[in-house]
Design a protein around this ligand. Structure first.
Ligand code: PLP
Length: 435
């Protein structure tokens, strides 16, 4: 399909690597979205990253707005992270025993966060959420979990569930291999719908252990909820003795040091973090009040463990990253820079009457081919608009701009993006919109 005005970049080496990788991995990848199934061309094999740039195997250079799907808020190959990690690595990679580095990262988090008193490190966001769900069930003695359509919480069985038909139903599995009986413990309702959640609590009285929501839903487009709605969730959970879990794997340390909880001024009962907390290495975390966390083994009866949990090298990356983020104007600078960037893209599109909106919060943005001013539930997204994203993605790659390879994915601006790169990116985006 030739829809563009620029010749396609060479992907000869990436294509060769992809042919080979397909012989080793299902779909040639170790995580499905990487396979470029929703956009044109073969996946790019990345060789190197530095600051806001990445280079692929063919030597193409891109300004990166994917940032490894969120963790790289300081950009690629940040010297402070690299130096700290290199220093810690000299003493060995893993002990499976406590180290002072775990205390150091925990202190950095807990001292600067009003929402957690005790925490546990895991090795991924999925693991953090899976453990948080088990904790909520263990703490409340209840089995059911309520989640929202359009929120992604990693690939744990009970959350790979999509909405069934009807307002409040048991969910249906959205992956083969998830037993129907597991999905039956998960209730799925639309976002931004107070009636649906009231009905769920009425229908499943005293059965719902927890309501889990992405702090700001950012895995199915950016579906920003009204503050009132989030406060309503807090109230209805409290009233029903259910826990409110904020999955802040994306929003934690992204929209601010204290994530979406501070953004909304709502105190969740359990919070999960991932991505940024490990500065590019595998770290997840869940945390809560000391009372709730006392239910975790070995203090309590809820079992959770990990061979590489609190891994010293990963802790070092987390410490170096959060130390930077904790500096006084970090978020103000990053968020202002992002907001200027997206505002001028929106002005451009509006002036030309394009059906195109940039939804944004902090340093997160999402390009939507729509004329709607608000998108607050998964149903508000027109699936056919993804064809337009597909073309835009290709045009942007041809102009040296890398976005995540799906129109449902958000983009991230990092501290390493300077005005120069943002100007360059804007010009490329304007050209792509004009096609
Ligand atoms: N929760 C949210 C909100 C996420 O965005 C993700 C991953 O994108 C996860 C959980 C799972 O994290 P991980 O991919 O580290 O397992």
């Amino acid at each position: 399909v030739n829809t563009g005005s620029k010749p396609d970049i060479s992907r000869v080496k990436s294509a060769e690597l992809y042919e080979k990788s397909k012989t080793y991995f299902p779909g040639g990848v170790n995580s499905p979205v990487r396979a470029f199934k929703s956009v044109y061309g073969t996946p790019l094999f990345i060789e190197k990253g530095d600051g806001c740039y990445i280079w692929d195997a063919d030597g193409n250079q891109f300004i990166d707005f994917c940032g490894s799907w969120g963790p790289l808020i300081l950009g690629h190959n940040n010297s402070k992270i690299r130096e700290k990690v290199t220093e810690v690595m000299q003493n060995g990679m893993s002990f499976g025993a406590p180290t002072a580095l775990e205390n150091e990262l925990a202190e950095l988090i807990i001292k600067n966060n009003r929402f957690v008193e005790k925490i546990r490190f895991t090795s991924s966001g999925t693991e953090a959420v899976m453990s948080a769900i088990r904790l909520a069930r263990g703490f409340t003695g209840r089995d059911k979990i309520l989640k929202f359509e359009g929120c992604y919480h990693g690939h744990t069985d009970s959350l790979l569930v999509k909405a069934g038909s009807g307002l409040v139903t048991f969910g249906e599995t959205s992956s083969a291999g998830v037993p129907k009986s597991f999905a039956e413990e998960t209730i799925v309702i639309p976002l931004n719908d107070t009636a649906a959640i009231e009905q769920a609590f009425a229908q499943f009285k005293d059965q719902i252990a927890a309501v889990i929501i992405e702090g700001i839903p950012a895995n199915n487009g950016l579906i920003i909820q009204d503050e009132d709605y989030i406060h309503f969730l807090r109230k209805i959970c409290t009233k029903n003795n259910s826990l409110l879990i904020f999955d802040e794997v994306i929003t934690g340390f992204r929209v601010g040091f204290e994530g979406a909880a501070a953004y909304y001024g709502v105190k969740p009962d359990i919070v999960t973090y991932g991505k940024i907390i490990g500065g590019g290495l595998p770290v997840g975390m869940y945390g809560a009040s000391a009372e709730i966390m006392s239910h975790i083994s070995p203090d309590g009866a809820v079992y959770q463990a990990g061979t590489l949990s609190g891994n010293p090298v990963a802790m070092a990356a987390g410490i170096a990253t959060l130390t930077e983020l904790n500096k006084s104007s970090f978020y103000k600078d990053l968020n202002n820079k992002t907001q200027d960037f997206v505002a001028s893209i929106q002005r451009f599109a509006t002036a030309r009457n394009y059906k195109f909106k940039v939804f944004t919060v902090g340093s997160i943005f999402w390009f939507a081919f729509t004329d709607k001013d608000k998108i607050q539930s998964a149903d508000d997204i027109d699936a056919s608009s993804m064809e337009k994203f597909k073309i835009m993605h290709r045009e942007l790659l041809n102009r040296g701009i890398y976005l995540g390879p799906s129109g449902y994915e958000v983009g991230f601006v990092s501290a390493a993006h300077t005005k120069i790169e943002l100007e360059k990116a804007k010009r490329a985006i304007f050209e792509a919109l004009d096609l």
